[in-house]
Design a binder for this molecule. Structure first.
Ligand code: SF4
Length: 296
């Protein structure tokens, strides 16, 4: 849309989560060199892009090199991208919880360009299942990290992925996931019903739960999260937010789409709205999937 650009900063993955085929199909992590990324972002800004999303399977383990042979980690890279004139919003994904550094939290805390949004895949609220998944963190470590992020950046929007029905998941494991979701109150949840990928270790794990049990768990999780999202969305009513208008909406009443810093979808109405501009808009009503706002 010439407003939001995507810049790949690395390829591959070294993590070998037991359900995932990526390390086998895309190989080991390879980080792009620093200058080529900075040049690509500067080029997008020169073309009028307002926002970039830095992409990688695990951006937190970025290890690039500059022309002088110095090593850069992800917080170094994002600090430099933050300094590019004319760029207004920076997003990135995906972050592996085990590699998210204190330095990155610091850079995010002090930047007004890096969006207050972090997609931090959890996958399960049971440390036993996390171990079977080879995620390399426990439930307690994830919760400690989430608390540290929220303390440093209180207005952060925290989103996550959860896999339901991983082989060996018991009712008790699932209840732990549900409790963690209820306590953490994620802003958005991407929920997946486990399906085996041929060639991955988990595809040969013993699995005792029936498809009906898994479907029941899945629906309970969706319902729990929908209730949380409905409450969170309703709390936006009457608030004024800074939005980036990024396209045309389907309905005539709110003819434009826009995104909040936390990446929520907003349908907008009002006078003289231009696609690509930042506006202040007041939230008039809310639904589960979208906010509705009028330009101020
Ligand atoms: Fe890597 Fe993500 Fe796949 Fe794990 S789930 S192996 S971190 S790409």
């Amino acid at each position: 849309n010439h407003i939001s650009g995507f810049v790949s900063i690395m390829r591959g993955c070294n993590n070998f989560c037991t359900y995932c085929i990526v390390p086998y199909t895309r190989g080991r992590e390879r980080s792009r060199d620093v200058e080529s990324i900075l040049n690509e972002v500067a080029d997008l800004v020169a073309k009028g892009y307002k926002e970039v999303t830095l992409l990688g399977q695990n951006v937190n383990s970025y290890k690039g090199e500059d022309a002088e042979g110095r090593r850069w980690d992800f917080s170094d890279l994002i600090y430099r991208i933050n300094a590019i004139d004319g760029l207004q919003r920076i997003r990135f994904m995906t972050s592996h919880p085990k590699d998210l550094s204190d330095e990155l939290i610091e850079v995010m805390k002090h930047s007004r360009k890096i969006c207050r949004h972090l997609h931090l895949p959890l996958q399960s609220g049971s440390s036993r299942i996390l171990n079977l998944m080879n995620r390399k963190y426990t439930k307690e470590q994830y919760l400690t990290l989430a608390a540290k992020i929220k303390e440093a950046i209180p207005d952060i929007s925290l989103t996550t992925d959860i896999i339901v029905g991983f082989p060996g998941e018991t009712d008790e494991d699932f209840e732990q996931t549900l409790r963690l979701v209820q306590d953490t109150r994620f802003d958005l949840l991407f929920t997946f019903l486990y399906s085996p990928r041929t060639g991955t270790p988990a595809a040969s794990y013993e699995d005792n739960a029936s498809p009906q049990d898994k479907q029941r768990r899945f629906e309970r999780l969706l319902k729990t999260q929908d209730d949380i999202v409905a409450e969170k969305q309703a709390a936006y009513q009457g608030k004024t937010l800074r939005l980036l208008v990024d396209g045309a909406a389907k309905g005539p009443d709110y003819p434009y789409t826009a995104r909040t810093e936390g990446n929520l979808l907003v349908c907008v109405r009002g006078e003289n709205i231009q696609i690509g501009e930042f506006i202040q808009a007041e939230i008039e009503k809310t639904s589960l999937r979208c906010l509705f706002a009028v330009k101020k």
